[in-house]
Write a protein that binds this ligand. Structure first.
Ligand SMILES: Nc1ncnc2c1ncn2[C@@H]1O[C@H](COP(=O)(O)OP(=O)(O)O)[C@@H](O)[C@H]1O
Ligand SMILES: CC(=O)OP(=O)(O)O
Ligand SMILES: [Mg+2]
Length: 402
């Protein structure tokens, strides 16, 4: 049996996972399997790839996949696959993405009963993520009580931001109560920051905006590879419009809906989290790929709004950085949608970005022309690797990555 670590990354519409083997003495990490259950709740699909990128399990899963209607179903299918297919590995630890760590958790931790209790307090702030991440930890605790489980937080990367970027203009006592701009997608940004020099060379230490555009979407302004500002704030609801989330909205809209339209808290929460964004505006789907393939004008309107908001947020983050050296696209939409990348780059032409249509269409890493004063890039994210590295370090491994 060889030692391995399992990583679970529960997103709002997907559960991604990866298995890393661990060499006995050197403790170096090698990814051996990577898989995902995507489209949970609308069009579930389960795939597993080996380290060469070959699909090792999918066709056989199609029957099971039909039964995945919720994150709970997805975990059942995933753990069943792991128990049956990975019996040659001895898992020494499991690393989890946990979206909200609040003020208290700014570094990864080994999960205890007390920590789990604290993390449950953040469920109302991240209802599309935190419950599923906690469910994954609890399911594993039941199955294997001795397993060390490490929580790695999406919020942690942003704790380097200047206080002014983390503050709301509310009376001081609210800050003491933890009403702060936390920021999210931090594990993805941490990975991108770690590989930026490989792509950008010395420009990696300059002013870079990373656009994590997935089912949830945000942007992060980095100076010298550290977060200085981001579009998501107190919860993963703020900033850009997303698959089903509204993004930035005047808080008076909430007050109006409740006071004048008789909507209660649950109805408003449901509206803003599950019925808005691309889904709400199009009335068709929250999935960017489906909207791009649909010729209904409402689909086009939802995409136009997404691109427009991304363009405006880019301007705001460039202002926070005092200029811009590079723009990086990542996550589901950022990595795969040639059209959205090109349109956002065109919105940012005034900042000095000139998209290279051929390079963009070919999904090259560099997607801007060589004479573009601000370079643009597509860099696939790898939240799982960052989680695995943290997990091994937290349990005391002396890590060299491979
Ligand atoms: N080829 C593509 N073109 C456009 N959008 C895509 C493409 N591939 C994936 N996407 C979009 O990426 C989003 C999912 O991103 P992902 O980062 O995997 O999600 P999650 O936030 O659940 O981790 C969906 O909106 C999906 O439609
Ligand atoms: C924080 C967040 O929105 O995550 P995801 O993009 O995985 O939904
Ligand atoms: Mg994600």
């Amino acid at each position: 049996m060889s030692n391995a670590t399992l990583v679970i990354n529960a997103g709002s519409s997907s559960i991604k996972f990866a298995v890393f083997s661990l060499a006995e003495n050197t403790v170096s990490l090698h990814m051996i399997y990577r898989g995902e259950i995507v489209g949970i709740g609308y069009r579930p699909h389960f795939t597993v790839h080996d380290c060469t990128g070959e699909i090792v399990s999918v066709a056989k899963q199609s029957l099971i996949t039909e039964n995945i209607r919720s994150h709970a179903d997805a975990f059942f299918v995933l753990f069943d696959w792991i128990n049956h297919s990975l019996s040659e590995f001895l898992f020494i630890a499991v690393g989890h993405r946990v979206v909200h760590g609040g003020e208290k958790y700014s570094i990864p931790v080994v999960v205890s009963e007390e920590i789990l209790c604290n993390l449950k307090e953040f469920i109302p702030l991240a209802p599309l993520h935190q419950p599923y991440e906690i469910a994954a930890i609890e399911t594993l605790t039941q199955q294997q009580p001795e397993m060390r489980q490490v929580a790695c937080f999406d919020t942690a990367f942003h704790r380097t931001q200047p206080i002014i970027a983390q503050q709301f203009s509310l009376p001081r006592e609210f800050r003491q109560q933890g009403i702060l701009k936390y920021g999210f997608h931090g594990l993805s940004y941490e990975y991108i920051a770690s590989v930026l020099p490989e792509y950008l060379g010395s420009a990696a230490e300059g002013r870079v905006i990373v656009a994590h555009l997935g089912h949830g979407a945000s942007m992060c302004a980095m100076k010298a590879r550290r977060s200085v500002a981001t579009t998501m704030t107190f919860s993963p609801l703020d900033g850009l419009p997303m698959g089903t989330r509204c993004g930035a909205i005047d808080p008076a809209v909430v007050l109006y809906l409740m006071k004048e339209k008789g909507m209660d808290i649950d109805a408003v929460a449901d509206l803003l989290n599950y019925r808005s964004g691309l889904l709400g505006v199009s009335g068709i789907s929250g999935d960017m790929r489906e909207l791009l393939a649909n010729d209904n004008p409402h689909a086009a309107e939802a995409i136009d709004l997404f691109v427009y908001c991304a363009g405006r947020e880019l301007g705001s983050l460039a202002a926070a950085l005092g200029g811009l050296d590079a723009l990086v696209f990542t996550a589901g939409i950022g990595e795969h949608s040639v059209v959205i990348r090109e349109r956002i780059c065109r919105e940012a032409a005034w900042l000095g970005i000139r998209v290279d249509e051929t390079a963009n269409a070919a999904n090259n890493s560099r997607i801007s022309t060589m004479d573009s004063s601000v370079s643009a890039w597509m860099i696939p994210t790898n939240e799982e690797l960052i989680i695995a590295e943290h997990t091994i370090r937290v349990i005391g491994g002396n890590l060299h990555c491979g």
